[in-house]
Design a protein around this ligand. Sequence first.
Ligand code: HEC
Ligand code: HEC
Length: 266
Amino acid sequence: MGSAELRKKEFTMSKLNHACAVAVIAGAALVAAIPSQGAEVNVGGVNGEAARGKQLYRRYCVGCHGAKGDGQGDNAPYMDPRPRDFTTGSFKCRSTPTGTLPLDNDLFVTIGRGIFASSMPSWKALTAQERADLLAYVKDFSPRWNVEKPQHPLEIPPEPPGTAESVTRGGKIYERMECWKCHGKDGSGNGPSATTLTDNKDRAIIPYDFTTGTRFKCGRTNEELYKIFMTGLDGTPMPSFRDNLPPDEAWDLVHYLRTLQARVKQ
Ligand code: HEC
Ligand code: HEC
């Protein structure tokens, strides 16, 4: 990790500690109760219960995501991007098709990992049981889970070798699929459409800058990168390419995108 990245991390952490303290105070002051539907989930080898999750949510999440789960916690106005509105059932990090509900496991992994380059912390310090309880409660905020089922997750075939030929092919795919229109020819996020983009809450959003490092909101491995552009980031202009790219081309694209990151800014 470079010293600039380290400084950024420290800065984020101190902001976070502050936000968490505020979240705890806000949680204690809360009296209005949301009726819980008592949802249960089975994930990470444990059964999560919404009733227990609610207590944890009041303590750890309410300051950002709000008592109604609508993303309007007391700290929300100071954040960019804003905390997720759970009532819509729309999530960025999924292995399921665009527009559909994520798997329980997708959300469980996200809660544990946190969302890089945002105020969403990692909750790895909580036990798997606590994270599963939280997840059950988070799902209670959207009625979509009562009527829809998550669809078939994306299958990711084993990664072929990242040869120079694969990188060259990937570069042509980046061109053909018009990733550059948003992410820029050099991947630094400065494409011609970059300044015109908004998210599903009508807030300005910028394309990812590949030269800032090797981590993404939805993971850091090659498989996670594959999944990101194949399923898209719902609620943002980042589309899903699952219907346009066969697996071998998707892997070529992964190999090309990694070369953009090699030009990391100092
Ligand atoms: C300090 C503020 C903050 C706290 C505290 C916080 N979050 Fe978040 N959370 C965010 C932000 C901001 C986002 C949106 C990030 C983005 O869109 O890139 C987010 C997004 C999410 C998402 C959406 C992931 C996706 O794929 O779209 C989930 C799920 C989530 N948070 C769960 C939780 C849970 C559970 C807690 C409590 C244990 C919690 N958050 C506490 C700020 C916070
Ligand atoms: C219409 C504009 C647009 C196009 C076209 C587009 N993207 Fe994106 N992309 C975005 C935006 C906006 C984000 C940032 C989303 C966010 O911050 O939540 C993003 C984020 C990403 C991320 C980072 C996701 C994360 O988890 O942090 C990757 C990887 C990515 N895009 C790859 C691609 C690839 C590969 C293509 C072409 C096949 C492509 N994008 C085409 C707008 C676009």
